[in-house]
Design a protein around this ligand. Structure first.
Ligand code: 15L
Length: 262
């Protein structure tokens, strides 16, 4: 297992919820950070967190930024359903730019924030394994499938190590019947991210989900990279409900159609 202390990582989407929480933990673990986002980023400390505003559309800026980095944690992009043209530009082209900038600057690993929504059309009685065919629950899920495919290509063809996390519902606490299965607690998100950063695996895709009693996703791939979640949504005694499919309301036609520009 690789150690984090003294290593240098770039975080995209650094101003987002997961980005801010993860950066705090990584600084505490002695990681040197370059934190980037399209909006202003607040440094988490004065010494080891260099913040910079950049757009994922700017391949040259990313390539220069990645120089001397051990790895990149790619959290940037649109985080939910949107018009397909925007998702294609920001999430698909943006992820291509991150991977290509990593290749050009000799970065060893990219940790890619994917989503459980790549398989949101599977029914809730299926146990989904990352090797099963994608069944995205919307255009956002499609953009994440493309991001995973780009990671696979860069690992297979160019030797770049890529680890994709299919993130569940990242919330302080579970709020809905669906989140009994999909909840990812804040501390388990840190555990999933650091496992992805330090594993000896060259390539992996795993579900970043807490140790919930209700299980929709096979945990074996996560175990292989050393991800050991601890929290369980069952402790919140949320009501059970039949949700078909796994994406719940995200999987309804209106959730996509309402976000189409024309
Ligand atoms: C995601 O990937 C989204 O980023 C987040 O907004 C939630 O929708 C989450 O999935 C979920 O499945 O609850």
């Amino acid at each position: 297992m690789n150690t984090l202390a003294g290593s240098r990582w770039v975080v995209t989407g650094a101003a987002g919820n997961i980005g801010v929480a993860l950066r705090r933990e990584l600084r505490a673990a002695g990681v040197e950070l370059v934190s980037t986002d399209v909006r202003d980023v607040e440094p988490v400390d004065r010494t080891g967190d260099r913040v910079t505003v950049a757009d994922l559309a700017d391949l040259a800026a990313l390539t220069a930024m990645f120089e001397d980095a051990n790895g990149v944690i790619h959290l940037g992009g649109l985080s939910d359903e949107a018009d397909f043209h925007d998702l294609a530009q920001v999430n698909i082209v943006g992820t291509y730019h991150v991977l290509e900038a990593a290749r050009r600057s000799g970065v060893r690993r990219v940790v890619n924030a994917s989503s459980n929504r790549v398989t949101g059309m599977y029914p809730t009685d299926a146990l989904v394994d990352p090797d099963m065919p994608p069944r995205p629950d919307g255009f956002y899920g499609v953009s994440k499938v493309a991001g995973e495919a780009l990671c696979r290509l860069y690992s297979d063809k160019f030797g770049l190590s890529t680890i994709s996390l299919r993130i569940g519902s990242y919330e302080e606490e579970p709020r809905t019947p669906r989140e009994r299965a999909t909840w990812l607690s804040h501390r388990d998100a840190i555990a999933a991210s650091t496992a992805a950063m330090t594993t000896d695996e060259h390539y992996a895709v795993f579900y970043a989900v807490s140790a919930n009693s209700e299980v929709w996703w096979d945990r074996a791939a996560g175990e292989l990279v050393g991800f050991r979640p601890t929290d369980d949504a069952a402790e919140w005694n949320l009501p059970g409900a039949t949700i078909e499919p796994q994406g719940g309301s995200f999987a309804s036609p209106s959730y996509s159609l309402d976000r189409m520009r024309d």
